[in-house]
Design a protein around this ligand. Structure first.
Ligand SMILES: [Zn+2]
Length: 510
């Protein structure tokens, strides 16, 4: 049997390697040409598709999905609908509703749906599961998990979503109960809306308590699971790969009884290999995976409740950030790494690119298109008809209009009434400037603070005043250019420009 891999980027390349080692790699779908070229060298003879739909149309019976988290739901759904067994990296989806839909679809199609909760495939975890089932620790009292390290600091995912997901999967796998109470506490130290340090406390119906601490603001790498029971205590040190049994108990007279400690198990093998072998075994033998869709739902339930307690849906595993006070209407698209701060409102059909920042109280109307790396400062309304290309900067409280002749008594508020305004790549609009609709602001142009722009602005033009007039030229870097001979030069970065008619053009260096 062969498995098709969808997504061979940062983590996916590990899946490619392991599937290949196991003789299971049937095909790969990868959108990035540079990675495709690398894969062709590594895996000659394996079909590489630029589009996952081509892979789904091929005859591989199963797929593994390692694309960005935000795409898991859509691609897993397509794969199940195409009749494939599906392995999805964690998280299964970004919310419970989508995850439930996938579980139902897999059931209806009688396909295996497995989630990459990798820690469950550590042999040590399997060993601990058996040990506890045999009563090795007697009655269980508490579980303590730590996942701590110095960095790496994430900017859009909090410590719980980036570090704690696997631990929650392990906890629910070992305890086999749903928690009846969860208490989440987090601390935001380095960034205003991302928890660097999160503690989760669980109580389970059987009386077991559990505590999980995850942080990237910690001096040492610690990854451990400590289990306290009436007959002894167990410590799994993931960094060392050892399970230590402490024969330590407290007697009925409250004195300590320590009978020594020993390493009872050492981790072996590569969990990723064991995980993918398990996936194939489940397909071949019609078994339910250890980390099936339902177990992923239980993990997502915990994450959703914890995220709610930590402060709305601020960091619910999306690859962009929306502050809890902001509203993003369904149907709006927001790119990876984009940050949307307090009291913003993004309407349906709006498309915001990657790595943008929208400051406080920014409004983005229906169907507005905003490129990548755009910065919009506080109190800006981007009305329908406005297009902001990549790297546009909108200063605080700058104003766009979208109707030439507004009248309250003669409403002009249909899409066809709106006159388009285009702000080209790299352009800057200063604080409080007003851009009357219908104009185009050229690439890398600079509109001074307070200007009122009533006609097109050429590329690189520096305009100011009411109405705005051109008073000079701006460099790519934003600094005003100085005349030098027949051309212009930037006193800051040294870029040189020559005149071409009414415009200026960058001189190629060298
Ligand atoms: Zn410059």
């Amino acid at each position: 049997m062969k498995v098709g891999l969808i997504g061979a980027g940062a983590w996916g390349k590990n899946l490619a390697r392991v599937l290949h080692e196991l003789g299971l790699l049937g095909a790969i779908a990868e959108t990035r040409p540079d990675i495709q070229a690398e894969l062709k060298k590594l895996y000659p003879g394996i079909p590489i598709y630029p589009d996952h739909r081509e892979l789904l149309a091929s005859d591989v019976p199963a797929v593994a999905i390692a694309t960005p988290a935000a795409t898991h739901f859509a691609i897993a759904k397509e794969a199940l609908e195409a009749g494939k067994h599906v392995f999805v990296e964690k998280p299964l989806a970004l919310n419970l509703k989508e995850a439930e839909a996938l579980v139902a679809l897999a059931q209806a199609r009688r396909k295996v749906l497995m989630v990459g909760h990798l820690l469950l495939y550590q042999p040590a975890i399997r060993w601990i599961k058996d040990f506890l089932a045999q009563g090795g620790l007697g009655k269980l009292w508490s579980f303590h998990q730590e996942r701590l390290n110095f960095g790496r600091v994430r900017t859009v995912e909090n410590a719980l979503w980036s570090l704690g997901v696997h631990d929650i999967a392990v906890l629910l796998f070992l305890i086999e109960e749903k928690p009846d109470r969860i208490l989440a506490e987090g601390q935001r130290v380095l960034q205003p809306a991302v928890e660097d340090d999160v503690c989760l406390h669980f109580s389970f119906p059987s009386g077991i308590r559990a505590h999980l601490h995850c942080s990237w603001l910690w001096p040492e790498k610690q990854r451990s699971l400590t289990i306290i029971g009436e007959k002894g205590m167990l410590v799994f040190d993931e960094v060392q790969g050892t399970v230590v049994l402490h024969r330590k108990t407290i007697t009925p007279t409250l004195t300590t009884d320590a009978q020594g400690s020993e390493v009872v198990f050492r981790n072996y093998g590569e969990p990723l290999k064991l995980e993918l072998e398990h996936f194939v075994e489940c397909i071949r033998e019609g078994k339910t995976p250890l980390s099936d869709g339902k177990s992923a739902l239980a993990v997502l339930e915990v994450l959703e409740e914890a995220s709610r307690q930590l402060g709305g849906d601020v960091m619910s595993g999306k690859d962009y950030l929306v502050h809890e006070s902001a509203h993003v209407d369904p149907g709006a698209k927001i790119g990876r790494g984009t940050k949307i701060w307090h009291f913003c409102h993004i309407m349906e059909g709006a498309e915001i690119g990657e790595n943008c920042t929208l400051g406080q109280n920014v409004f983005v109307a229906k169907n507005v298109k905003i490129g990548n790396n755009v910065k919009i400062q506080n109190n800006v309304s981007v009305y329908e008809g406005v297009i902001l290309e990549d790297y546009v900067f909108c200063g605080p409280s700058c104003v766009f209009t979208n109707v030439k002749t507004p009248r309250s008594a003669f409403p002009r508020n249909r899409s066809e009434d709106y006159v388009p305004t285009i702000v080209k790549k790299g352009a800057t609009i200063g604080a409080n400037a007003t851009i009357v609709c219908g104009v185009t602001i050229g690439e890398w142009a600079l509109v001074a603070a307070g200007a009122v722009v009533t006609k097109d602005v050429p590329p690189h033009a520096l305009v100011a005043g009411v109405p705005a007039r051109q008073i000079g030229w701006a460099c790519h870097c934003g600094v005003r250019l100085k005349e030098e001979g027949a051309g212009l030069v930037c006193p800051s970065c040294g870029r040189r420009y020559r005149r071409e008619g009414e415009r200026i053009v960058l001189e190629e260096s060298g």
